[in-house]
Design a protein. Structure first.
Length: 250
C-alpha cells in the first residue's frame, strides 16, 4: 500500500471565499492541514462545513484566494458526502458501490488488486455490513448507506479522506467501530478531516479542530479552539447572518 501513498500531503488555504449566487458561504478562510493530521470541522448548521469540504475536493469554484496542495492530487482525496444528501435510488449493489473505490487504485498501481473480494468482505465486516454485498443500495437505511460509503473509503486508500457528518445516522456502537477505522487511517499516514457535531467525541478523538461559522473562528489544537468564548462567538455569528443581504462585492 505504501507504494500508493507517496507524497507529503500538506494543504494550505489562503483567504478562500466560496459563494452560492454571490452570497459567501465561507469567507476569507485561511489555514493549514498538515499531512497525516486528524482534524474535526465543527460549527453551526449553515456554517460552511460542507462547503469547505467540497472546496477542498475541488468540487466548488473558489471565488477568491487559493489552495495549495503539496504533493496531493485531487484524485488522491476521497470525499464522503452526507448520506442524506445522496440520491441512491438506482439499482446498484453494496458490492458495486464499495468496489468503485478500487478503480482508482487499479489505475494508479497498474493492476487490480488480486484479493479484491477478500478486501471487500473485510471492509464490509469492518463497518458491520458483512454479508450485505449483494443487497441493492436503495434497500439500505441511511445509516447502512453511510457505512457502505465508509467501506468504500477503506478500499480507496486515498492520501486524504474528507468525511461530511459520517455519524449522523449511526448508533453509538457502530460509531465506535468507525472511529477505530479512522484511527487506523491515521496510523497509515492518511490525512483525515471530519465535519461533525459531537464536541465530546471531537475532544476525545481529534487533536486538531477547525471551528467555522462562515469565517474561521479557530483553527488549531482542539483544546485551544473549543473554548467557551469561541463557541459563543460562533453562535452569535450565525444569529447575525442575513441570507437576504446584498451579494458580497468585497
Ligand atoms: P454546513 O455544512 O456547515 O451546514 P453548508 O456548507 O452546507 O453548511 O452551507 C453554508 C451556507 O451556504 C448556508 O447558508 C447554506 O444555506 C448555503 N448553501 C449551501 N449549499 C448551497 C447551494 N447549493 N445553493 C445555495 N446556497 C447553498
Ligand atoms: Mg453540511
Amino acid at each position: 500500500m505504501a507504494r500508493c501513498l507517496l507524497g507529503d500531503g500538506m494543504i494550505t488555504l489562503q483567504n478562500i471565499t466560496v459563494s452560492y449566487q454571490r452570497h459567501p458561504a465561507i469567507h476569507h478562510v485561511s489555514g493549514e492541514i498538515s499531512a497525516g493530521s486528524l482534524t474535526a470541522l465543527v460549527g453551526p448548521n449553515g456554517g460552511g462545513k460542507s462547503t469547505l469540504l467540497k472546496t477542498l475536493k475541488g468540487l466548488l469554484k473558489i471565488e477568491e484566494g487559493r489552495i495549495d496542495y503539496h504533493g496531493v492530487a485531487l484524485s488522491d482525496i476521497s470525499f464522503m458526502p452526507q448520506a442524506h444528501q445522496l440520491e441512491f435510488q438506482f439499482p446498484v449493489s453494496v458490492e458495486e458501490l464499495v468496489l468503485l473505490g478500487n478503480w482508482r487504485r487499479a489505475r494508479l498501481c497498474g493492476h487490480m488488486h488480486k484479493d479484491a473480494s477478500h478486501q471487500l468482505e473485510h471492509a464490509l465486516e469492518a463497518v458491520g455490513l458483512g454479508g450485505f454485498g449483494s443487497r441493492r443500495i436503495n434497500t439500505l437505511s441511511v445509516g447502512q448507506l453511510q457505512r457502505a460509503l465508509f467501506a468504500r473509503a477503506i478500499i480507496e486508500e486515498s492520501k486524504m479522506i474528507l468525511l461530511d457528518e459520517p455519524f449522523s445516522a449511526i448508533d453509538s456502537n457502530t460509531t465506535d467501530a468507525l472511529w477505530k477505522i479512522i484511527h487506523q487511517w491515521q496510523k497509515q499516514g492518511r490525512t483525515v478531516v471530519i465535519a461533525m457535531h459531537d464536541l465530546a467525541r471531537v475532544k476525545e478523538h481529534c487533536p486538531n479542530t477547525v471551528l467555522i461559522a462562515r469565517e474561521v473562528i479557530g483553527w488549531g489544537e482542539t483544546s485551544k479552539v473549543l473554548t467557551a468564548k469561541n463557541l459563543a462567538h460562533a453562535k452569535t455569528m450565525v444569529e447575525a447572518w442575513d441570507d437576504h443581504a446584498p451579494a458580497c462585492v468585497a
